[in-house]
Design a protein around this ligand. Structure first.
Ligand code: FPP
Length: 232
């Protein structure tokens, strides 16, 4: 969700103004994805690297997240959205984690869009944490190194049900992956929107989906081959 800081700076405001506007985009995008019938949406809300931002900005972001969760519950329920969180969640302030767990619990039986918030998240940390937990299971005699394959390792990721994304959208013209879903993105399509996150609403989302719809997904096969078999 890039571009919040720039959006605010361009308007002569402190960076946090951009994050406040960004929350409106979160509402709009989540509701539109639910309305369109998407199965899964993962928002990269806070990276492991983001802890190095000025403490006041970090505190503000955590407060914004809590406020969003409290206010969004009704809309999440109305739209059948189930909330899940991925990341080093034990790093989050107690109050924030409590609000996240409360929202996860209240939305757990919803049947529509699964909204994952990546918080204190890093793709490399996710893989490292998975390998550590597997090692612990080996040490305790619950697993054996010969079991290591892609499906076994996936079971140790933060949320094994996180699907491989069909499409990764990066806003504000950024061209980097920035440590997002490194395990899951092997064959994801990538779309860079010039629109900054605070302005990224339904129209910009539809532009990304139209672009995606015109792609041919090959999963390493030759043009015209049945790629659906490879993705299963
Ligand atoms: C990146 O923009 C944005 C973030 C690090 C935070 C995103 C958080 C929110 C939109 C609010 C809270 C989250 C939820 C899910 C309600 P940036 O600050 O790096 O902006 P820049 O790229 O212009 O510097």
């Amino acid at each position: 969700m890039d571009g919040n800081g720039r959006w605010a700076t361009e308007r002569g405001k402190p960076r946090v103004f951009g994050h406040v506007a960004g929350v409106q985009s979160v509402r709009a995008v989540v509701t539109e994805c639910a309305r369109l019938g998407l199965g899964s949406l993962t928002l990269y809300a806070f990276s492991v690297e983001n802890w190095k931002r000025p403490p006041a900005e970090v505190r503000y972001l955590m407060r914004l997240l809590r406020a969003y969760l409290r206010r969004a519950l009704k809309t999440l329920m109305e739209n059948g959205v189930r909330l899940r969180c991925i990341g080093r969640l034990h790093d989050l302030p107690e109050k924030t984690l409590a609000e996240l767990r409360r929202t996860e619990a209240k939305t757990q039986h919803n049947q529509g869009l699964v909204l994952r918030l990546a918080l204190s998240y890093g793709g490399r940390s996710e893989i490292a944490d998975a390998v550590r937990r597997f090692g612990e299971d080996v040490q305790a005699g619950r697993a054996h190194p010969s079991e290591v394959d892609e499906e076994t390792l996936r079971r140790y990721l933060y949320d094994p049900e996180t699907p491989d994304p069909d499409l990764i959208i990066r806003t504000a013209g950024e061209m980097r992956m920035s440590n997002f879903l490194l395990w899951q993105l092997s064959y994801s399509e990538f779309y860079v929107s010039p629109v900054g996150w605070p302005d990224f609403r339904e129209e910009a989302l539809h532009a990304a989906f139209h672009d995606y719809a015109a792609r041919e997904r090959r999963y390493g096969l030759v043009p015209g081959a049945d790629a659906s078999a490879a993705s299963e």
